[in-house]
Design a protein around this ligand. Structure first.
Ligand SMILES: Nc1nc2c(c(=O)[nH]1)N[C@H]1C(S)=C(S)[C@@H](COP(=O)(O)OP(=O)(O)OC[C@H]3O[C@@H](n4cnc5c(=O)[nH]c(N)nc54)[C@H](O)[C@@H]3O)O[C@H]1N2
Ligand SMILES: Nc1nc2c(c(=O)[nH]1)N[C@H]1C(S)=C(S)[C@@H](COP(=O)(O)OP(=O)(O)OC[C@H]3O[C@@H](n4cnc5c(=O)[nH]c(N)nc54)[C@H](O)[C@@H]3O)O[C@H]1N2
Ligand code: SF4
Ligand SMILES: [Mo]
Length: 762
């Protein structure tokens, strides 16, 4: 690879496709192509990746900023910013307790390495509270996984390309991806006469257009559809008895809850013909392999956590799990989330609303409720890293109002975001193409991979990477030194003779004499091992060394199957070196299907089907439907508040010029609704929810059914040098409500926002 040709990855969605960047002499990304060497994306990319220069060379933050009394920012040195912030954090922690401090974000779609160092920093703050975007989509899934598979951080793969019968429900992979090489993969399933593609969506999406069977469900009514399919299967004895007997426990407890479901009634409620429901239910039980892909259309929708359960029961009760071509548990190079105990078993809850953690995460929907009150144990300090709560979390106004009440708000970002503007301190980060980075979105089975990306550009002057920021802060808080000269010298020798294990030994002795340092070992490693690595920018990769050894401890055989030699510690070293020296990413393990069941975390290695709370919820579905219908009268439209489109990527790219089409982020409206309201394509309309209102340009399309509207997220961002901010498009979270969410996981119902519509004349 030439000097101006760099292997890295796209950071605009969780796929992180491998890309090759060509630069011009000034660091501009002049050409971006798919990287054929990437083990999973194999050269694939979508239209968004080619626009990454709008991320790298946007108007950047270049200095630490401190807010003055008049509300404007002044530039300060890193030393001043770090010292100020550390003093304030220590004061807040020691006066009100660590639980008055919270952390939001910690790695978006591309930068999880900094997030790991953020974990260490949180222990210096003595806070268990991390609010994460994952806790506004995936925590219902995690909670259900915890019950079924034994731990909330067990997750399964979605092998859409390998199954005979595929159901895509509440997801639009052709546009949003979420599976490797989504477009060719969906095309293949669609075109192959031996395969069936079922799509469940209220909107005729790009994916739905390729379906063999399109179930155009009424928005928010998936639970009825799924319950009807399961009801039909169980009432007709079509469940896979052998699989249930061999691999699960609890079927007898759940069975009665499906025996009385009226398939006909639920078909009417969800709007899908009874014959179609029966034919798909039968189809699933008759095929060799069946796989499901689901996402926000179920998670950010009514009955979110129940949906998670029913989707899993659909593949479990039909025996499509743990085989080639079916959903399978997978390994994680490093678990993105943890496992939270229930409060009754001693699990942590928040101080004000008493919300439990799931996967050790707390939901953005309760964040304002934890800050904006007079409770003595309320949140007083918030740390934000690679997230933009004032734009992306439900009810942007409530988030903003709450943040204004904080005693300390610090934001680390590459750009001046809506949240950064509210902060007391803003710290400029190196971009993801200026440092070593990685994500832990390695969600594949049987072969799993990891991609440690090397920087493409020199860091912008004045910026630091997150690991360095967190270390400096923790050091300024008086917890740990900045450097460790003796250990650093040992690390150098250790790299020459790793078999001697000098560094682990020296670290062990050090932390024996200084037990307080134990929780900060990652910072020590960064300054010792990290400096001894053969790349000058590789300090943060010291974490990958730990993760490699842990991974080998758990999956030694599977790691060996990638072709790496040795075992135990030596294999850990080999894996680390392989990752470090594979700029396009590398396979880290190859499992066999008969090993799948070892990944279950229940001791009996069985799936525990019975989740009583959710069965009660299932029993109540009929009554809940009536309540929902009654509420809908005031706000006649269902707005999908956050559609993935050709040119949105959460709020990662701020310059509106990055979009080649759909610059305004139009509201989709059905032709008959448009006629009734006298709206034509291009008209500006007002959308009003119980929380707020927006002005937005309308476009007429029968892609949405009557009564359904759809708009994108990621629009209406401020952007510009000085204060000439121009905002293009509408801000979706002006309409959303923090209280409108799943009762169990608190995931927002962004796909079912009730609104009314007004035409703005002229
Ligand atoms: N109404 C509605 N709201 C939604 C959604 C919806 O569909 N509808 N979708 C939701 C979903 S699924 C998600 S995942 C969230 C995402 O919401 P957030 O978690 O807020 O994440 P991003 O929009 O990805 O914002 C990432 C921030 O990281 C910054 N950044 C980029 N690179 C770096 C870096 O290297 N270091 C640091 N420190 N910062 C960096 C970017 O400038 C940006 O400000 O939005 C959610 N909000
Ligand atoms: N282009 C683009 N791609 C992205 C992102 C982006 O911002 N832009 N963001 C990334 C992120 S963070 C995430 S989490 C993923 C999300 O990826 P997806 O969840 O696949 O994408 P969405 O468009 O949010 O929603 C999926 C589908 O749910 C449908 N839906 C809405 N309401 C319902 C309902 O009640 N029932 C059912 N069954 N379906 C419903 C919508 O019509 C939509 O087609 O996308 C990732 N990819
Ligand atoms: S936005 Fe497109 S190119 Fe980028 S990671 Fe996602 S699918 Fe790949
Ligand atoms: Mo997301």
């Amino acid at each position: 690879m030439s000097k101006n040709n760099h292997s890295t990855a796209c950071i605009l969605c969780s796929q992180n496709c491998g890309i090759t960047i060509e630069k011009d002499g000034k660091g501009k990304f002049s050409k971006i192509t798919g990287d054929k060497e990437h083990p999973v994306s194999e050269g694939y990319l979508c239209q968004k990746a080619t626009r990454l220069d709008y991320y790298q060379n946007q108007i950047r933050l270049k200095h630490p900023l401190r807010k003055k009394a008049d509300g404007t920012f002044e530039e300060v040195s890193w030393d001043t910013a770090i010292k100020d912030i550390a003093d304030k954090l220590v004061f807040i922690r020691d006066t009100y307790g660590g639980t008055s401090i919270a952390y939001a974000g910690g790695g978006g779609q591309g930068n999880h390495l900094g997030g790991v160092f953020g974990t260490v920093f949180r222990s210096a703050c003595d806070t268990p509270y991390i609010y994460s975007a994952l806790a506004q989509e995936k925590t219902g899934n995690f909670w259900v996984n915890g019950h079924l598979f034994g731990r909330q951080n067990t997750n399964y793969s979605e092998p859409v390309g390998e199954a005979d019968y595929v159901m895509v429900i509440g997801a639009n992979p052709v546009q949003a991806h979420g599976i490797p090489k989504a477009r060719p993969t969906i095309n293949e399933v669609s075109r192959n006469p031996d395969k069936t593609l079922v799509v469940v969506d209220p909107r005729r999406t790009e994916t739905a257009k390729k379906a063999d069977i399109f179930m155009q469900v009424k928005p928010g009514k998936d639970a009825y559809l799924l319950a009807a399919m399961l009801g039909y299967i169980i009432q007709n004895g079509l469940e896979n008895k052998e699989f249930i007997e061999e691999r699960t426990i609890g079927f007898e407890q759940i069975k009665p809850h499906f025996e009385n479901i009226s398939v006909g009634t639920y078909a009417k409620i969800c709007g899908v013909a009874e014959e179609t429901i029966i034919s798909v239910a039968r189809g699933i039980t008759q095929v060799n392999t069946f796989a499901i892909r689901s996402d926000l259309g179920l998670e950010q929708s009514l009955n979110s956590t129940l949906n998670a359960y029913l989707v899993r029961l659909l593949f479990l009760l039909t025996g499509h799990f743990g085989r080639e071509g079916t959903n399978c548990l997978h390994t994680l190079f490093f678990p993105l989330v943890g496992h939270s105990k229930e409060p009754e078993q001693g699990g942590r809850t928040t101080q004000v609303t008493r919300m439990k953690g799931i996967g050790k995460l707390f939901p953005p929907n309760i964040l304002p409720l934890e800050i904006d009150n007079k409770h003595p144990r309320r949140l007083r300090a918030l740390w934000v890293d690679s997230a933009n709560p004032a734009t992306n979390y439900a009810d942007a106004e409530a988030q903003k109002k709450a943040m204004e009440k904080l005693e300390l708000l610090v934001v680390i970002d590459v750009a001046m975001t809506e949240t950064a503007k509210l902060a007391h301190y803003v710290l400029p980060a190196q971009s993801q193409y200026e440092k070593m980075e990685a994500t832990f979105f390695n969600l594949e089975f049987p072969d799993n991979f990891f991609h440690l990306r090397h920087p493409v550009n020199e860091p912008l002057e004045g910026t630091l990477d997150e690991p360095e920021i967190y270390h400096r802060l923790t050091s300024a808080m008086g917890e740990i030194p900045r450097s460790f000269p003796l250990l650093a010298a040992i690390a150098k020798i250790d790299r020459r003779f790793p078999g001697l294990r000098l560094l682990p030994g020296a670290l062990g002795i050090t932390t024996f004499f200084r037990p307080k340092w134990k929780k900060y070992q990652l910072f020590i490693l960064k300054e010792t091992l990290g400096k001894a690595l053969p790349y000058k920018y590789a300090k943060a990769a010291a974490f990958i060394w730990i993760a490699s050894h842990l991974y080998v401890k758990r999956y030694e055989k599977a790691v060996q199957r990638t072709g790496l030699k040795g075992k135990g510690y030596a294999l850990g070293e080999a894996l680390f070196n392989k990752i470090l020296n594979s700029p396009s990413g590398t396979f880290i393990s190859k499992h066999q299907y008969d090993e799948h069941w070892t990944l279950i975390r229940h001791q009996d290695k069985k799936v525990h089907l019975n989740i009583p709370e959710l069965l009660t919820w299932l029993d109540d579905l009929g009554d809940n439907n009536q309540k929902e219908e009654a509420q809908n009268a005031l706000y006649p439209f269902n707005l999908i508040a956050g559609e993935r489109r050709t040119y949105n990527a959460n709020a990662i790219i701020r310059n509106p010029e990055w979009r080649k089409t759909d610059g305004a982020g139009a509201l989709k409206i059905n032709p008959e609704d448009a006629r009734e309201y006298g709206i034509e394509s291009g008209d500006t309309v007002r959308v009003i929810s119980s929380k707020g209102s927006i002005k937005i340009v309308a476009t007429i399309t029968d892609e949405v059914m009557r009564g359904l509207l759809s708009m994108p997220h990621g629009y209406g961002l401020s952007y510009g040098e000085k204060n000439d901010f121009k905002e293009v498009g509408a801000k979706v979270n002006m309409l959303t409500d923090v209280n409108y969410c799943d009762p169990l996981a608190k995931t927002p119902y962004h796909k079912n926002v009730r609104v009314k519509l007004e035409k703005i004349s002229g």
